[in-house]
Design a protein around this ligand. Structure first.
Ligand SMILES: [Zn+2]
Length: 216
């Protein structure tokens, strides 16, 4: 087990490493001037009571929405300790979710948001939903695409708890299509399978469980 803990850390280190981005005060002010210029060109009335601080607020919101790049030190330390041994348990499907997430589409830098469901068949370790939520957020709060986000969650979970198999189901609405009236209410669904989920029966069991839990 202690050997595994070292592996956990190494596997996660390059993705969850606590590496806060550093943007200097002078750079922030410059970016705010850029945003003010852009917003004004688009038609915004600058310097009103409502819009005076909009460039700053906008950039701050973007910064917060991409905090996945800062890593998650709590994820790094909590995973090994919370992954409790389950040697006596009968291997079965564990499903967690829905886990709400918001991400930024890297093609348009606009949000897509929805729910993740994570399923796994445990090996020697299980993991709490709070850490799964952290894992989802680590990869959602970036410029990404739904496909890569799902792959990253699945692969990282495989490294972390070495389960028999992992399933990740993501369902999201993409503002880049909705707000421009391209596909107004569509939701994009993607599912990722690892390990024992090559079994069709297990995939069906997971998808049934997701369907039963999905918010409507
Ligand atoms: Zn997009």
């Amino acid at each position: 087990m202690s050997d595994n803990v070292v592996d956990f850390r190494e596997a996660l280190a390059h993705r969850a490493e606590h590496a806060p981005r550093e943007i200097g005060e002078a750079d922030w002010r410059r970016y705010e001037r850029y945003m003010k210029e852009i917003f004004t060109a688009l038609g915004m009335q600058p310097d009103t009571a409502g819009t005076r601080e909009t460039p700053e607020r906008f950039l701050r919101a973007l910064y917060d929405a991409t905090s996945g790049y800062d890593g998650d030190p709590k994820l790094l330390t909590a995973f090994p300790t919370e992954a409790t041994g389950a040697p006596d348990a009968i291997p079965g499907l564990i499903v967690e979710g829905p886990i709400a997430f918001s991400a930024l589409c890297e093609h348009h830098a606009l949000p897509f948001h929805g729910y993740a469901h994570i399923g796994y068949v445990a090996g020697d370790s299980i993991i709490g939903i709070s850490k799964l939520t952290r894992l989802v957020r680590l990869f959602a709060r970036r410029f990404t695409v739904q496909e890569r986000m799902g792959e990253e969650i699945a692969d990282t979970l495989v490294h972390l708890i070495e389960p028999e198999g992992v399933a990740v189901h993501l369902e999201a609405s993409h503002l880049c299509t909705q707000m421009r009236g391209v596909e107004e209410h569509s939701r994009t669904t993607t599912t990722f399978w690892r390990g024992v989920f090559r079994d069709a029966e297990l995939r069906r069991e997971f998808l049934d469980e997701v369907r039963a839990r999905s918010p409507r």
